[in-house]
Ligand binder design. Structure first.
Ligand code: FS2
Ligand code: SF4
Length: 535
């Protein structure tokens, strides 16, 4: 296996024996084969002009399944590979002069496994280091776009143009493009990341209303509970509806926390609040929760035997031996989970208190007058975007220290699980405006873009880089790659990225990003504050 798609990749070079995430070589190789064949499927769609919603949905969900911490189940990936070939074979196409990725057919599962272990389906099949780097940057950006689009589609929002972009771009990756062509395609990926984030924002707010300032309880009640993690709001809606008046409580975990900010979900009396912190603490926290846990998307950590039988997966998520929520025509059946919860003890308390959030674009724009006044009076000197992902490595303590040391006339804009490094600190407020404004999940990154663009207009600025906003972004998985490409597409410069630059950036590609966009890696808190003009 060779995988270097996430920030925790071994030695910041690549996982070659087993993933730091827990993915074994069989699953990693099967995921490579799945992507190889999806590219072939896209090529055939392009060449034949064939298009159908089933294929679009399949591509998006399968790419999502290959994102870090989503799917660890080899049999699930094998089924997707078979489906990919079946969909392809239903299209009438001329196989002459087509590459292997568009024509290869297995006889049985053994053939699939054998093929997955071949060099030609691996990331390393591209020998040119710079082309490989750009191809993977694009592929990971498209994985992120697919995840965002998947959620929007679940809520009945879709955009044909985004599917077209995904298919045409993945098809192009089978050709021998120049470094310049690939670079342009990476920028184009950023454009579609913005478009997809905007669509998802429309889907979420159109369905559940605009997030509003909310105090989220982080303690527990004394009834059995169900913990729901990941990002899918539709899953949460169905769970809340099916579990009301059943004597169980519902708690969010990690990236599901921002669901508490939506007006729509507040009507459920048994929707109690949030339990625990960022994804990487789940082994210790799930043990103490005592009740069933549902993973709707990433980040899943390979479960401990002590709670594996309380774990349920759905959508693109998979883990061998873990129960899947039954689904028919888009309706999920949570009855088994609810019955399971009734037999469990209430959750053990981890902490008490509240998290304040709900500062998505609509809420922040509603506070615009107050914010502009504070800026004009010099009470707010700078906003610092500290958004993205959290991770296991100790080096991420940097983000807690950074937040603590920020001068009192600065405000943090956050979203994603990166917030868990500082959201529970008491950083105070500026004239009633909290110093940490949480816009939501990483899926809500569009909110931060919209806030920046609105401020730019209100302040009468020409360039997004003239705003008093500094960017200190932490990344982990491929949705963050899509968000980074979106920011670059919007022309945001001088982003500090950490805790490390992606291993998949070759020295030459990294150099171009540094020269063109001023991207740099985190160093020390003091140095970075100086670099960002904060101190
Ligand atoms: Fe955090 Fe993990 Fe949100 Fe990422 S829960 S790192 O996949 O999607 O952000
Ligand atoms: Fe390694 Fe990350 Fe790939 Fe997992 S997803 S195998 S940790 S690079």
């Amino acid at each position: 296996m060779f995988c270097f798609q996430c920030q925790e990749t071994a030695k910041n070079e690549g996982c070659t024996i087993r993933g730091v995430c827990g993915k074994d070589d069989k699953v990693a190789n099967l995921q490579d084969l799945l992507i190889y064949l999806i590219k072939g499927l896209c090529l055939i769609c392009e060449k034949s002009g064939y298009s159908d919603e089933k294929i679009d949905k399949f591509i998006v969900e399968s790419l999502f399944a290959t994102i870090t911490n989503v799917n660890f189940d080899d049999s699930d990936i094998i089924e997707r590979i078979k489906k990919c070939i079946e969909l392809r074979e239903n299209i009438k196409y001329n196989s002459e002069n087509l590459p292997d990725c568009a024509t290869w057919k297995p006889e049985n599962d053994e053939d699939i496994i054998k093929k997955a272990y071949t060099h030609e389906v691996s990331v390393l099949a591209e020998r040119d280091e710079d082309k490989r780097s750009l191809k993977e940057l694009i592929t990971y950006g498209i994985k992120g776009i697919s995840a965002y689009l998947y959620h929007a589609m679940n809520l009945g929002y879709n955009d044909e143009e985004i599917h077209k972009f995904i298919k045409s771009t993945l098809a192009k990756l089978t050709e021998d493009l120049s470094v310049d062509e690939l670079f342009n395609l990476a920028m184009e990926t950023g454009k579609y990341a913005v478009k997809t984030l905007e669509l998802l924002d429309k889907a979420n707010t159109g369905t559940y209303g605009h997030p509003e300032i909310t105090e989220v309880n982080i303690g527990v009640r004394n009834r059995p509970g169900i913990l729901i993690s990941g990002h899918d709001l539709k899953d949460l809606e169905q769970l809340l509806e099916q579990s009301k008046d059943k004597g169980v409580d519902i708690y969010t975990h990690c990236e599901m926390l921002p669901a508490n900010y939506y007006p729509y979900f507040k009507k459920y009396e048994h929707f109690v609040g949030n339990y625990g912190g960022a994804w990487w603490r789940q082994r210790e926290e799930f043990k103490k929760f005592n009740g069933p846990i549902i993973m709707t998307t990433n980040c899943l950590v390979p479960p401990d035997e002590s709670y594996k039988d309380r774990l349920y997966v759905t959508g693109p998520v998979g883990y061998p031996g873990v129960k899947r929520i039954p689904e028919k025509d888009g309706v999920k059946d949570f009855s088994e989970v609810i019955e399971h919860a009734k037999k469990c003890n209430p959750p053990e308390p981890l902490e008490e208190g509240k998290i304040i959030g709900g500062f998505a674009h609509n809420q922040v724009i509603a506070l615009a007058d107050k914010i502009i006044k504070a800026i004009n009076e010099g009470k707010i000197r700078k906003f610092v975007v500290m958004a993205g992902c959290d991770g296991r490595f100790k080096v991420r303590e940097y983000y807690t220290e950074f937040a603590k040391k920020l001068p009192k006339d600065t405000v943090i804009l956050t979203c994603g699980c990166a917030k868990y490094r500082f959201i529970k600190l008491d950083l105070g407020d500026i004239d009633g405006i909290p110093r940490v404004l949480d816009a939501g999940q990483c899926n809500d990154s569009y909110s931060l873009v919209k806030i920046a663009l609105t401020l730019k207009d209100v302040l009468g600025l020409k360039d997004i880089n003239e705003l008093p906003i500094a960017y200190n972004i932490s990344w982990y998985e491929q949705k963050a790659v899509a968000v980074l490409l979106a920011l670059l597409y919007l022309g945001v410069k001088n982003i500090i990225l950490g805790p490390t630059l992606p291993a998949f950036l070759s020295p030459n590609v990294a150099k171009v990003l540094v020269e063109k966009f001023g991207i740099s890696q985190i160093s020390t808190v003091e140095e970075d504050m100086k670099k960002l003009g904060i101190i």
